[in-house]
Ligand binder design. Structure first.
Ligand code: NAD
Ligand code: UDP
Ligand code: UDP
Length: 321
């Protein structure tokens, strides 16, 4: 039995980086959480602290298969997010995005509940417009190595809007820009985890290309606050809404900042730029500011400090030092 305003909330991909933080915040708010994950990139370690909470339930399940549960709200985060992981089995990535979205939308339709979609800045592809407002349709290669993810997420957005128009399901679509923080996957090849681990091990820091390409990095706590505020909006707010930190840095600047914060003896080395790697990316968050009264508050050096502390503990605990 549940009391007051507390809900039972489904989080798919709940054992992953963002999902585990979201589950934690929802529990803090007094909700019950059903975490559904196939543990492809997520781990029990990410949710270890939550497993002892009677209001938290973990279900190992692949969202490409139907799911019949009873919940009051759905956050759909299941999908590998880093190029290394989503290119490992590209067909499964596309299925997770598309069939996973269909199943979760079918569930939302049957239960008549709100559903949140973790979309991505990758729907903009390698953009000709900078920074990217939500109205921009993007420039995506439909047949490249990133397409399973980019086009999968674009198709998921299409499905969300069609279910909304056709079946009147309340939807909340967030386009998430690069996010970092504790519990990022150590081997997913994303730039923050790579560089932090390399710096802590005094190993060579790998910059792809000349390191002048830019990204804007959002600390995970700021992003999750944006999720909660978006979910709390009225039915007229569907998104898509950009969520990210508008502070733009080159990858070289990021590496220099991590070297300084860790006091590392690492050298910077260069590796070839991966195909279709966007030159620059930064969110235009005008809409999120107006609709959610939200903007990131954690500066890069502070967020990196917390991330470095996490990976230091991780290296000690797992003996991967
Ligand atoms: P993550 O890889 O840590 O988490 C994804 C989770 O989904 C993992 O726990 C994984 O095991 C699970 N999963 C994958 N396929 C599944 C399936 N078929 N069935 C059930 N579970 C499955 O990645 P993350 O960074 O936490 O990303 C979460 C979501 O946010 C993803 O949808 C991603 O596309 C989106 N996103 C993340 C970022 C970012 O910077 N982290 C940026 C844009 C979008
Ligand atoms: N579905 C699900 N859980 C539910 C309801 C539906 O997993 O509680 C899945 C179901 O397998 C279906 C998909 O969601 O394939 C889409 O549902 P919808 O009702 O839109 O389609 P239909 O069942 O009419 O094909
Ligand atoms: N990158 C890098 N060194 C690394 C990993 C990534 O220079 O060890 C670069 C990568 O080429 C890209 C940027 O950092 O330009 C961000 O990469 P990431 O995979 O984190 O995210 P995405 O490309 O999806 O934004």
């Amino acid at each position: 039995m549940r009391y007051g305003n507390t809900k039972k909330i489904l989080v798919t991909g709940g054992a992953g980086f963002l999902g585990s933080h979201l589950c934690e915040r929802l529990l803090e708010q007094g909700h019950e959480v059903l975490c559904v994950d196939n543990l492809f990139t997520g781990s029990r370690r990410n949710i270890a602290r939550l497993l002892g909470d009677a209001r938290f339930e973990f279900m190992r399940h692949d969202v490409t298969f139907p799911l019949y549960v009873e919940v009051d709200e759905i956050y759909n985060l299941a999908c590998p997010a880093s190029p290394v992981h989503y290119q490992f089995d590209p067909v499964q990535t596309a299925k997770t995005s598309v069939i996973g979205a269909i199943n979760m939308l079918g569930l939302a339709k049957r239960l008549k509940v709100k559903i949140f979609q973790a979309s991505t800045s990758e729907v903009y592809g390698d953009p000709e417009i900078h920074p990217q407002p939500e109205e921009y349709w993007g420039r995506v290669n439909p047949i490249g190595y990133r397409s399973c993810y980019d086009e999968g997420k674009r198709c998921a957005e299409t499905l969300f809007f069609d279910y909304h128009r056709q079946h009147h399901i309340p939807i909340k679509v967030a386009r998430i820009f690069n996010t970092y923080g504790p519990r990022m996957h150590p081997n997913d090849g994303r730039v923050v985890s790579n560089i932090v681990l390399q710096a802590l091990r005094n190993a060579d820091i790998t910059l792809y290309g000349d390191g002048s390409q830019t990204r804007a990095f959002c600390y995970v706590d700021d992003l999750i606050e944006g999720f909660l505020r978006l979910m709390a909006t009225g039915p007229e707010v569907t998104g898509p809404l950009n969520l990210g930190n508008p502070g733009e840095f080159s990858i070289r600047q990021l590496a220099e900042c991590v070297i300084e914060l860790t006091g590392s003896r690492s050298r910077i080395v260069h590796r070839p730029l991966p195909p279709d790697d966007p030159r620059q990316r930064r969110p235009d968050i005008t809409k999120a500011r107006a609709l959610l009264a939200w903007e990131p508050t954690v500066p890069l050096d502070e967020g990196l400090g917390k991330t470095i502390a996490y990976f230091e503990r991780f290296l000690t605990e797992t003996d991967h030092g």
